[in-house]
Design a protein around this ligand. Structure first.
Ligand code: PLP
Length: 363
């Protein structure tokens, strides 16, 4: 190996993304509540499409994703020509960075924002800029204050992960309207389906030229393992992204399953309602045990402990009880644990175990 062979600037600054844990050594029958997955998995229609897709796997998939884009556009009232599909929304985030940012450019994300924003920014040599939040909620004025003539992308998840909080449409509109002219607002709608009567920023996109959204099949659609996401925005921006997208980025299986899933909105509604019911129950149960959380609009609760030591100790206790939740120290929240809203039995198990912890059963 010679030292003359070096990666591009920024790449060695990336810390490897570590997904939510799935196993605990020596503990059987674990419940995974660490990756915001749908506890019920995908709809039956999506499962059937998966099984049928075996007959197509010798064929190359479509390069234009026309059927899936048409289904997405139908369901959401969008222009199918301005939908782009990717390998999870992670790919859309990466394509945006590749196409619109480079060395010397700045990419804004919020203090407790998704790690993929800074990872993707660094991967293209751009500079991630972290903006403070106010009480774990996006602060539009702080974002605007951080903008410079080098700002190219502003990533905002609404609702946000891992805080679960969201800001009002008027605030998002104010942000879009006040950005410098060369900056684009990216609304990450990974949890948008969990919010009733929420357009995820669609109206803002249609009224402006500087807003795009990213969406995913990984959360409410229960298809995280299959890796499908999409984006929507102004025609010129989607056209740019399509030029650098790999033509065969999605397999027949991914395309067919996603199409069946998005057309089954009755299943989405059922999952949203059940999530809201159990999220409310879990947040109340934890609060009664002295573990507060902000009002979450997503499929998880950010449980706050007195300090990092207590959060760590509770995490260790939960693991010993076969309950895997998410430490969020890498999101600047070392005193918190993010707990995915599971099915009713899982939520009851978590609340019970946190109760035991608080009563000192761990000692
Ligand atoms: C889970 C999540 C995503 C989804 O990523 P995929 O690549 O689509 O699985 C995107 N953004 C945020 C904030 C998330 O929490």
């Amino acid at each position: 190996m010679t030292n003359a062979i070096r990666p591009q600037p920024g790449i060695m600054d990336i810390d490897l993304y570590v997904g939510g844990k799935a196993h605990v050594a020596g503990v059987q029958n674990v419940v995974k509540l660490s990756s915001n997955e749908n506890p019920f998995g995908p709809s039956d229609k999506a499962r059937e499409a998966f099984a049928r897709s075996v007959h197509q796997i010798h064929r190359y998939p479509s390069t234009d994703h026309a059927d899936l884009r048409a289904a997405i556009a139908d369901v959401h009232g969008m222009d199918p020509d301005r939908v782009i599909c990717g390998v999870g929304s992670d790919e859309i985030i990466m394509l945006l960075c590749q196409a619109y940012a480079g060395p010397g450019d700045e990419v804004i994300h919020t203090e407790h924002g998704f790690l993929m924003y800074s990872i993707s920014a660094k991967a293209v040599g751009a500079t991630p800029v972290q903006v403070p939040e106010r009480d774990r909620t996006t602060d539009v004025d702080a974002i605007l204050a951080a903008c410079t003539d080098r700002t190219r992308l502003v990533f905002l998840a609404n609702p946000n992960n891992p805080t679960g909080t969201m800001i009002a449409e008027a605030e998002v509109a104010r942000l879009a309207d006040s950005l410098p002219p060369q900056a684009m607002l990216v609304l990450d709608g990974a949890y948008a389906e969990y919010v009733e009567d929420f357009d995820a920023g669609l109206a803002l996109i249609e009224a402006r030229g500087n807003v795009v959204m990213t969406r995913t099949f990984s959360k409410i659609y229960g298809l995280g393992g299959l890796r499908i996401g999409w984006g929507y925005g102004p025609r010129e921006i989607i056209d740019v992204l399509n030029r650098i997208r790999q033509p065969f980025n999605l397999s027949n299986t991914q395309l067919d399953v996603a199409e069946a899933a998005v057309r089954d909105q009755a299943y989405v509604t059922k999952c949203r309602d059940e999530n809201a019911r159990m999220r409310h129950w879990l947040a109340e149960a934890l609060a009664a045990l002295g573990v507060p959380s902000d009002t979450s609009m997503a499929n998880f609760v950010l449980a706050r402990f007195h300090d990092a030591a207590e959060a760590e100790a509770c995490d260790a206790w939960l693991q010993s009880q076969g309950l895997i939740v998410r430490r969020v120290a890498s999101y600047n929240l070392p005193h918190c644990l993010r707990i995915t809203v599971g099915d009713e039995a899982s939520c009851r198990r978590v609340a019970h175990a946190v109760g035991e912890f608080k009563r000192g059963a761990q000692g």
